[in-house]
Design a protein around this ligand. Structure first.
Ligand code: GLN
Length: 447
């Protein structure tokens, strides 16, 4: 039934880069037998799902939305994929995304843009736009996305689904194709808080294959699914409601805050002065890491290789010129620049200092509040085509999401109504380090 749904809808929405029709059918039968024999006992057993195309799937193309990996078939599974398979998941395909997860609209994909299922004139958000749109269009029950600066939360917000960016180190990055390794984190996207939580339970946990993986106390998030926020202290940063925020989004966020207040939470506004520096610091650090991570695509080891070339230099140059799109090139050039001698101190080092300040700012806020509440994005989804011509404006749209990655914190985005165009508004709840249970409890109570 899920494959039929994809056939009926995906020509229009383009959520999938690869649909694994035969594999999924065979896998469905296999899992059914395991369930019948009592060998799998997991809420995810037999449930069809989609994986963002920057997460390695053994034997299935993993393109990162790029021409330079258009034919790359990984010889191994990412840890998250192994964990899902052990829980009986039925992987039904690979989701479209911005090239190398760089973008906020899924328009930079080599495989064409994904459309927002709520209105196909609008973008689904990004970079995990294929994942979010697939869940919204019921082309999958849930999805995996990745979030470096908002890529799980912002498309979840634009498509009216729920997505969790876990604490950095909670979910293994082994097998996630790197964009900015110090910020990247895999997380679930689904139709509601409990579905997301069920997936997070399975994919989280320490992994020795990821050197930044952390040992949490307890990864049983489902126990946080309680409808009770009595006396929970919730802070709203004043800067999150200020200049640049769409009026209808502001109204949606404030009425969500009221719902929590009526349920007994203590909600108040406070000053979080680090908001202003988050975007420049993020784009310096993310681009620096990207320029280093993407240097491995050279036409020699795997992926796309140019046809005619003389010598190694020309092989590199032509392969990379032809294989990467404009946004990836822009990031690599910015990254190489901010790391170059003479500029390193002025840009990269300074950005690291700002990162430390942001973390301190949040730490201080969490001395007083259990969670922080605000919008996921300053507006609802923009129209297709509007963002490509103005990348700076697109970068500014990440204002409420990037600081969470810089500080390594967990955050959830969940729907809180629609605007007058009928487009979903996203509510963001940010937790302290390893504070997933707080944001899950508040989100579940709100929902
Ligand atoms: N929009 C941000 C960027 O382009 C975030 C992307 C992400 O989280 N992968 O870098």
């Amino acid at each position: 039934a899920q494959l039929e749904q994809i056939k009926a809808k995906d020509k229009e929405y383009n959520c999938y880069i690869t649909v694994m029709e035969e594999d999924a059918l065979a896998r469905g039968k296999e899992v059914q037998q395991l369930i019948d024999k009592g060998k799998i006992d997991s809420p995810l057993a037999g449930v069809p799902m989609v994986i963002k195309d920057n997460i390695c799937t053994k034997g299935t193309k993993t393109t990162c939305g790029s021409k330079i990996l258009y034919n790359f078939i990984p010889p191994y599974n990412a840890t998250v994929v192994e964990k899902l398979l052990n829980a009986g998941a039925v992987v039904i395909g690979k989701a479209n995304m911005d090239e190398f997860a760089m973008g906020s609209t899924t328009e930079t994909s080599y495989f064409g843009e994904t459309k927002n299922p709520h209105n196909t004139e609008y973008v689904p958000g990004g970079s995990s736009g294929g994942s979010a749109a697939a869940v919204a269009a019921e082309e999958a029950f849930y999805a995996l996305g990745s979030d470096t600066g908002g890529s799980i939360r912002q498309p979840s917000s634009f498509c009216g689904v729920t997505g969790i960016k876990p604490t950095y180190g909670t979910v293994s990055r082994y097998g996630l194709i790197a964009y900015a390794s110090s910020l990247d984190q895999i997380g679930p996207m689904a139709r509601n808080v409990s579905d997301c939580t069920a997936v997070l339970d399975i994919i989280s946990g320490y992994d020795s294959k990821d050197s930044t993986s952390l040992e949490g106390e307890n990864y049983n998030y489902t126990e946080a699914l309680v409808d009770d926020v009595k006396n929970m202290k919730i802070g709203i940063p004043k800067g999150y409601l200020g200049k640049g925020l769409d009026e209808e989004v502001r109204a949606g966020i404030l009425s969500a805050a009221n719902v929590l207040r009526e349920k007994g939470a203590i909600v108040e506004e406070f000053e979080l002065d680090v908001v202003d520096y988050a975007i420049p610091a993020y784009y310096v650090i993310a681009s620096a890491e990207a320029s280093s991570n993407l240097s491995r695509y050279d036409g020699v080891k795997y992926g796309y290789r140019t046809e005619d070339f003389e010598g190694l230099q020309e092989l590199y140059k032509k392969t990379r010129s032809e294989g990467f799109g404009n946004e990836a090139k822009r990031r690599m050039m910015i990254g190489a620049f901010v790391l170059s001698s003479g500029y390193y101190e002025a840009y990269y080092k300074k950005a690291l200092k700002v990162k430390a300040r942001i973390k301190e700012g949040f730490d201080k806020a969490f001395e007083k509040y259990d969670i922080i509440l605000g919008p996921t994005a300053p507006s609802t989804a923009p129209k297709l085509g509007e963002s490509l011509s103005d990348p700076l404006k697109m970068y500014l749209g990440d204002i409420y999401t990037v600081s969470v990655n810089l500080a390594g914190l967990p955050a959830i985005s969940l729907p809180c109504g629609t605007d007058s165009k009928g487009l979903p508004i996203g509510l963001q709840l940010i937790g302290k380090h390893f504070g997933e249970k707080d944001i899950i409890r508040a989100a579940y109570s709100y929902e």
